[in-house]
Structures are given as C-alpha cells and as structure tokens.
Write a protein that binds this ligand. Structure first.
Ligand SMILES: Nc1nc2c(ncn2[C@@H]2O[C@H](COP(=O)(O)OP(=O)(O)OP(=O)(O)O)[C@@H](O)[C@H]2O)c(=O)[nH]1
Ligand SMILES: [Mg+2]
Length: 493
C-alpha cells in the first residue's frame, strides 16, 4: 500500500477510554466509520481505519489520509491487572498525532486519572526520543450542555491531580526543570481541549439525541481547525507510521518498571523505598568491612600463636548478625512510618528477602579477605628459610620459559620475575607463554608447600597470584643481603 500510494503523509487520531464509554460510537459519528458497537464489551485490541479525505479538503489540509485508531476499553473485567491498560493507553498516545480521551459521565474517576498519570511518566521517557503527543478530553453523557459550567470545578480538580502526578514523575526522572505540568508532557489545553457531549440515547423508546450529533460535529470542526492552524501536524508518512508502531511497541514492552505500578505516585514511592534501602545496604557493607579490617589486623598474631582462621572469623559473625537485624528493623520501620503504608507494605517481603542475600554476600566477601590474608601470613610465617634459593629458582624458571616461548621481544620484561608478577593475572598474556606460566605457578606452589611443610595450605583460586607472588618476592628479597651492605663488606675486604 505504501508503494502503491507513494508513501503518503498521514494524520493519526486515536481514542482511549473506559469500556463501553462510547468510543467506537464517537469515531463512527465523527468520521462516518463502522467500528463495531455493542452494549457490553465490544472492541478488543486496537483497530485502525485508513481514511481518504475528500479532495478539496485534502488540498486545504495538505495531506490525503487519516488513520483512525479505535482501542479496547480500559478497566475491563477481563484485565484486572493495570499493566495491560497502561500499555494500551501509552501505545495509543504514542502512535497518534492526537488522542481523544473519552470519558463517560460527569467526572474523571481516580482510575482514569491513574492511567493518564502513568502515561505521562512513560511519555516523559519517550519524549527523550522525540515522540510528541497531543490530547483532547471528551466527556460524554453529561446531562445537558450547561454541565460545562458545573464541571468547571471538576476540571480544575482533574488538572490539579495530573499536574501533581507530572511533578512526581518529573522528579523521579530527574527532569523537574523541563516538566512542571501535565500539559508539558502531553499537549493539552484545558480550556480548549476539554469538551462535553450529551448522551446519544436519552432512554426508553426516545429517538437519538440530535444534540449528540451536533456536538460531535463541533468537536470534529475543532480538530480540523487545529490541523489547519498547524497546531496538529501530520508529521508521519505511512511508512514512518509503521516504523513508529514497531518502535513504540518495543519501547512499551520494555517499560516494565513503570507499568507494573498503578500510577506514578506509586512508582515514585517504590523508587524512594529502593533508594533508602540501597543507602542502608551500603552502610551495612561498610560496617562489615570495618569489622573485617579489625580482623585483618589480628591475622598475623593468630598465625603466630597457631589459631585457626575459623576462630578469627567468629568475631565477624556477631557484627553480621547485628547488621542483619538492624536492616530488617529499618525496613519494618520504613513501612510502618510511611504515609501510604498499605500500598508500600506490598514490597516489604521482597526487601526483607533481599536483606538476607545482601548480608550473606557481604559476609562472604569479608570472610574471603580474611582467609586470603591468613593464607599469605601463614606462608610468610613458614617461608623464611626458603628465601634466596627460591628467588633464584623463580627467576631462572621465568627466564627459561620466556626464552623457549620466544616472547621476550613482544612482551616487555617477559623474561624477568617482575614481568611475571606484572602480567600473570592480566588478560594480556595468551598462548603458550601463558600456559607455561600456569604450569610454573602450579609447580612452585606445590614445591613451596612441600618444602615449607605447610601441607594444609590451600591456594584459593581467587587469591590474586601477583599479590601472593609479590609477597613471596618481598619476603625473599628481605632475606637477601642488602646491596649496600654487600658493597660495605667488599670495601672492608
Ligand atoms: N446512553 C448512551 N449510550 C451510548 C452512548 N454512546 C454509545 N452508547 C451505547 O453504549 C454501548 C457501547 O458503545 P460503544 O461505542 O461500543 O462503546 P466503546 O467504548 O467502543 O466500547 P468498548 O469497545 O467495548 O470499550 C452501545 O450500545 C452504544 O449504543 C451515549 O452517549 N449514551
Ligand atoms: Mg469500541
């Protein structure tokens, strides 16, 4: 079709609203269409009609086709999860140049306001990729046309709620400078874009209300006026519309976070809970690390008097227990003191489960640090007598491997022990040289274990080899006669 019609420009109009609020009837009356209409749940999913504009009008407007999108009614009993509604509304808003919010009855209920809020939140993110949206609110089945005055108060309330929600969402997105009101996210002017339509059926055997048709025509004229005045512009061609549908659909599907919440206030509340919790986790980690630093200071002494590493770690356990309890209490208190306690308490269980995992993780890290230090100190303690001989051995071994694998030219210091320490943990090494060094490492640790008599020593795979190697080197070089002293002795001779 795109090819056949030479990829024409299109203007997309969508409608959203509660189930059976008369969306399809409104579009049918406005554009002479035949979207199915029925009492009870009728439209399912989204339907689009491609509509050719009469030639003279097309010339005047500057484009030839409308795409009219009718959507499934929100708040249907088939979808008790708000996620479906949120996705549907955001999708309909994002693919259209203008979206009609169809409201049945005198007021926008909290449910519909919630959907509008979540749409604002998501659209704020979509605006980052330049998706703009315009919005009209059609309030149907209001008792008579003077309702406009009566509804002024309710319109102000709606506006206030939406602006409040926008502020929340903007703060959460870190965009408070850019979005202050709902109309900053979705183009909507309350004085012009909020329209009232009387009921089509006045009841019983009464004929259709002619005022309905007149009012609908008036709304349609307003739409066309906005198009003529370039307030609403057809910025998409048929092919870019198809692309937009695809892009927006994946964006909507990826927006898991926001859509899982009924409205943006809830999303913001949850975010703040996360922030608070994460700050506490950092503090917990710090406290356990501080405690493990204390243990590290006692490692040397523990090795000298022959205490086991397990004994050393016991003192860490008290702190871990203390921190775990503290965190759990803080989560409980946060929920208890929260102004929307019943809502936020739903997340409590998840956070409490997470406390367990986070504490376990911090404990494991601390234990590992202590064990690593313990092994090194034990090695130092048992190694002194092996000194000079081992340094010479290691240097000779490394040189030999470097020369046989011919890497001396490619890798700086490859044939020195220093080079070995420098590169042994890095990804820089590969091929045969790396393999030979791995073999060497195993041989050295095995033989050091044998010679030092430390049969129980466990070289943990995650102990950094260069760290252990460096320790060995320092230890061995300490045993060597210092250069200055050598020179002194030579002089004396
Ligand atoms: N009383 C009254 N009934 C209306 C009005 N507009 C539509 N209806 C009736 O309400 C029923 C539902 O109308 P639809 O246009 O199918 O409503 P919808 O919002 O498209 O419904 P879903 O697609 O199921 O969400 C139909 O029986 C219509 O005849 C109205 O202004 N007043
Ligand atoms: Mg319908």
């Amino acid at each position: 079709m795109t090819e056949h019609l030479h990829d024409p420009r299109v203007l997309v109009i969508s409608v959203v609203g509660v189930q059976s609020s008369g969306k399809s009837t409104l579009l049918n009356s406005m554009f002479g269409l035949r979207f199915p209409v029925r009492a009870g749940r009728c439209t399912r999913g989204l339907f689009a009609r491609f509509l050719k504009i009469e030639e003279n009008l097309a010339k005047e407007l500057g484009f030839k086709y409308f795409i009219i999108v009718d959507t499934e009614g929100i708040k249907s009993i088939d979808h008790d999860d708000h996620r479906y509604d949120n996705e549907l509304v955001t999708f309909a808003l994002s693919i259209a140049n203008v979206t009609i919010f169809n409201i049945s009855g005198e007021n926008i209920g909290p449910d519909v306001a919630g959907i509008l809020q979540i749409a604002a939140h998501a659209l704020m993110r979509m605006k980052e990729v330049d998706i703009e949206c315009r919005c009209k609110i059609v309030q149907q089945r209001v008792s008579d046309l003077t309702a406009a005055d009566r509804n002024k108060g309710s319109a102000d309330k709606i506006k206030e709620t939406l602006n409040e929600a926008t502020k929340f969402a903007a703060e959460d997105e870190g965009l408070e400078g850019r979005y202050k009101e709902f109309s900053d996210v979705v183009h909507l002017k309350f004085d012009k874009d909020l329209q009232y339509v009387p009921s089509l059926w006045t009841g019983g055997m009464a004929p259709p209300n002619h005022m309905y048709g007149e009012k609908v025509i008036k709304i349609k004229r307003g739409l066309l006026r906005d198009i003529r005045n370039k307030i609403i512009t057809p910025d998409l061609s048929l092919s870019t519309f198809t692309d937009r549908v695809r892009d927006v659909w994946s964006a909507v599907k990826e927006e898991n976070f926001v859509f899982n919440f009924k409205d943006s206030v809830r999303a913001v509340d949850f975010n703040q809970f996360c922030l608070y919790y994460n700050e506490r986790i950092v503090k917990m980690r710090q406290a356990i690390m501080d405690k493990s630093n204390g243990c590290l200071g006692r490692v040397k002494f523990a090795v000298e008097i022959g205490n086991s590493v397990e004994l050393l770690i016991t003192s860490l356990e008290d702190e871990v227990e203390k921190q775990s309890e503290l965190l759990r209490d803080l989560v409980e208190k946060y929920v208890l003191d929260h102004p929307r306690r019943s809502m936020i308490s739903r997340h409590k269980r998840g956070f409490l489960e997470d406390v367990h995992i986070a504490v376990k993780d911090a404990r494991q890290q601390a234990q590992q640090r202590i064990t690593e230090e313990y092994e090194i100190k034990k090695l130092e303690h048992n190694l002194p007598n092996l000194g000079p001989k081992w340094l010479v051995r290691m240097i000779t071994d490394v040189k030999e491997v470097a020369s046989t694998t011919a890497v001396t030219k490619e890798i700086p210091h490859a044939n020195t022990f220093h080079g070995y320490l420098l590169y042994t943990d890095s990804d820089y090494l590969h091929g045969r040289y790396k393999h030979e060094l791995d073999v060497l490492w195993k041989k050295w640790t095995r033989e050091i274990k044998q010679e030092s008599g430390i049969t129980q020593i466990q070289i943990y795979p995650n102990i950094s080899r260069s760290r252990l190697g460096l320790k060995i080197k320092l230890l061995l070089s300490k045993r060597k006669t210092p250069v200055k002293e050598k020179a002194k002795r030579r002089k004396m001779k």
